[in-house]
Design a protein around this ligand. Structure first.
Ligand SMILES: O=P(O)(O)OC[C@H]1O[C@H](OP(=O)(O)OP(=O)(O)O)[C@H](O)[C@@H]1O
Ligand code: HPA
Length: 179
């Protein structure tokens, strides 16, 4: 699997340092709030498990699954809710934990969902942000790295379901897409 990577963009150490920085910021900003931290499945599972261990505050967690990529490199444009939250979000301070914001469609869908249900505040923490990919307006409040407009894999991010278990972020060799 490592042989499929053409270039490493962010090492395991780069990512760990960014997670520590974001965890500190969130701990300061949410010290008295007991936020509900929502992991956006599946890509954010690695980041979620790392970031909550860097947050020295009271919080609870939930999971939501939406999908719009169907395994390829291009958004289908349609966001589907696959697994809803278990929690009542009314009056809660929500932090969405994402692996990447690209077109912004997933985030827009999720913000509408919890805003319609009466959340008190909604913020987004993403380890990767790809501003050049935006087709709808969506903004992350806590960002690990701004990434170039290329398809990236690793640290939870997949291509056709694979590469999520790479501990770093890389770009695939062009031959992988034509295989
Ligand atoms: O800003 P967007 O263009 O909407 O892209 C971002 C979303 O795309 C990926 O999810 P995907 O739908 O591929 O599901 P997955 O997390 O299960 O891989 C990623 O995990 C984000 O949730
Ligand atoms: O660059 C990406 N890589 C993997 N999954 C993604 N989902 C949105 N953008 C990406």
């Amino acid at each position: 699997m490592n042989d499929d990577i053409e270039r490493v963009l962010y090492s395991q150490e780069d990512i760990a340092a960014a997670v520590r920085r974001l965890g500190k910021q969130l701990s300061n900003d949410y010290r008295d709030k007991k936020p509900l931290v929502v992991c956006v499945l599946t890509g954010a599972v690695l980041f979620m498990s790392d970031i909550i261990r860097q947050m020295d505050i009271y919080l609870d967690i939930d999971f939501v699954d939406v999908s719009s990529y169907k395994g390829g490199t291009a958004s289908t444009g349609k966001v589907e809710l696959i697994r809803d939250l278990d929690s009542d979000v009314s009056g809660r301070d929500i932090i969405f934990v994402e692996d990447i914001i690209d077109t912004g469609r997933t985030l827009q869908f999720l913000e509408d969902l919890v805003s319609d249900r009466g959340a008190n505040s909604i913020k987004v923490c993403t380890i990767f942000d790809k501003p050049e990919g935006r087709v709808v307006s969506a903004k992350a409040d806590y960002v690990g790295f701004n990434v170039p407009n290329e398809f990236i894999v690793g640290y939870g991010l997949d291509y056709k379901g694979f590469y999520r278990n790479l501990p770093y972020i890389g770009i695939l060799k062009p031959s992988i897409y034509s295989a």
